[in-house]
Design a protein around this ligand. Sequence first.
Ligand code: SF4
Ligand code: SF4
Length: 672
Amino acid sequence: MNDATREVFGNIAPWMRAVFFGMIAVSIAWPIWQIWARARLWRKGQNAGVEQNWMVRIEQLIIYALGQKRVYRKSLGAFLHLLLFSGFVVLTIGTTLLAIAYDGPYDFHHGRYYLIYELTMDTFGVAFIIGCLLAMYRRAFRRKPSLGHNKSDWWLLGLLLSLGITGFAVEALRIHYTQVQPWIARWSTVGWLIDTSLLQRLDIGTARKLHLTAWWLHSILVAAFFASIPVTRFLHVITGPANIALRPRRPMGALVPLTVEEVERTGRTGVNTIAEFTRQQLLSLDACMECGRCEDACPATASNKPLSPEAVVIDLRRLMSRGGGDVHTMIRDETLWACTMCQACVEECPVLIGHVDLISDMRRDLVGEGKLSGPPAKALQQISNQSNPYGRPNSERLAWAEGLDVPTVELNPGFEYLLWVGCAAAFDPRAQKIARATAQLLKEAKVNFAVLGAKETCTGDPARRIGDEFLYQQLAQGNVETLTRHKVKKIVTPCPHCYNTLKNEYTQFGGHYQVQHHSQLLAELIGKGRLSNDTNTSEPVTLHDPCYLARVNGEVDATRTVIGAAKDTLFREMPRHGKKTFCCGAGGGRMWFEESPAQRVSCLRAQEALATGARTVATACPFCLNMMTDGIAGTQGGEKAKVLDIAELLVSRGTANGAGVCSEPSETKSGS
Ligand code: SF4
Ligand code: SF4
């Protein structure tokens, strides 16, 4: 067993080895120089926003680069990438080990280790070749429109395939001319099969010559591969892991605050030129391999709006390659406004590119330059003047609670939970019923809660997502002061946008609270037997997961618990659900933008909901409720369906005393 080994460079004359090492050295030096040139472009960016913690960097590398967490899914693209990736990694490690054994002080390349080494290398070599063939097949016959395509892709795939094939040819010819004993040769399975099936009549001398030819061809291909890295999509094997390691870790729903110092330094409130992005953001542009996953998930693209997150990244990369310049010459204003900030693109991207940060930075510049007009500009003005985007006097904030005897923080200073109502549930006539249902359920379950009433103002979420960062910061600071004054520790809110901002973004201003979405508290109360989620429906129900609850904050179970999905035989899941939910179209301030009916995201989502056969579409966000109601109303067959918040559904099923849930509170009209 210990005899089992193989020669290294056995058929290669010393001068040939010298030429080989020289060629490989040059072919490695070239991409290093090229990547250094790219790094000079990245270094033009701001020296900020890079993950500093080495443990986090390593963890991100293990999960997303080595573990390929974002790549796994049931698709041909994912399968072939897995074959290519695993083949590439194992063959690279194997070649390195061989070099260490050859040049190092201790030759471990023999015996049982050698046999397992050979079998492993052959197995992953086959995986690599199959991956190449599948990638060629997909590119030739099954290429989706979002998959980027350059002529160099064919060169690269041809190169990789040739590398795999010549590698096995070299192995088979070596086995033949060195007359390896069959029991050892069998472990180099592919080479042995080629030898026994095709090379048996070949004389040893010819096999030696052919081996030398195949070895040179393979070596030249290796050198060509190294040289191709910086000029093909294979660049992502360097830039992808680099971006994964350096991407700052923070909650998905938290945007980066803009500081007064930054504005004073740049003279702008956002990003106008390539150099105003951070270095990590510029590196991320080079990490994109144009896989198209972000575009496939984007509701703006799906609804024919002029936005593709993939195109945004590629256009910015083009601008960076030209040496920089005004980002708005590449990215149209309409493109930036089309984003709902649903984070579907961010969730999909295998190399952790932050499309939403890029878009948000450029939006801030548009707002700073006064390029926002119409209803969204009016909404911002109303937030600034009346502390809510509906333009209603803030003194009317408790109109939704008429007749419900809801305690305020003044009347109940010893409250356990603050019910943060949110502007939509406070002022929008339809959404007010969510606030009423939530309050009724809390009372039914004997939860000690209170509301701020007129002291509550907009959290600033719409202002921040639209791009008015300083209006957001003003509201955030005011709210944090109010919450501190009333010694608030626990907050519950029916709005996922308020939930996200209070939980993930107010920490940037010193606000640290135990924040729950109403679905989470209601699920807890059901678990404790203080509320019941018994279902008595005779009609199919489906659930639309709000992006800022399910995807951005990972809550997908509580909503289902509240509506008793597990025990409801009539519950129907939509194809895109949970963290893979599809936006309703309201996020990112889009609630206040005008849209042509043909471009409404809500219509696409309504069609998906109705296709389940559901007669009730449950949701857990006042904005989703409004958008889905509009979408269902505008979709054929929608007249038979209704949209309800999970709290309303629970009340309507008789868990709490339903009286008053559907009655209109007085004097409340939408002011948007
Ligand atoms: S956040 Fe949503 S709408 Fe915006 S680019 Fe990404 S997927 Fe598209
Ligand atoms: S940005 Fe990410 S998801 Fe989109 S094409 Fe590039 S690598 Fe793929």
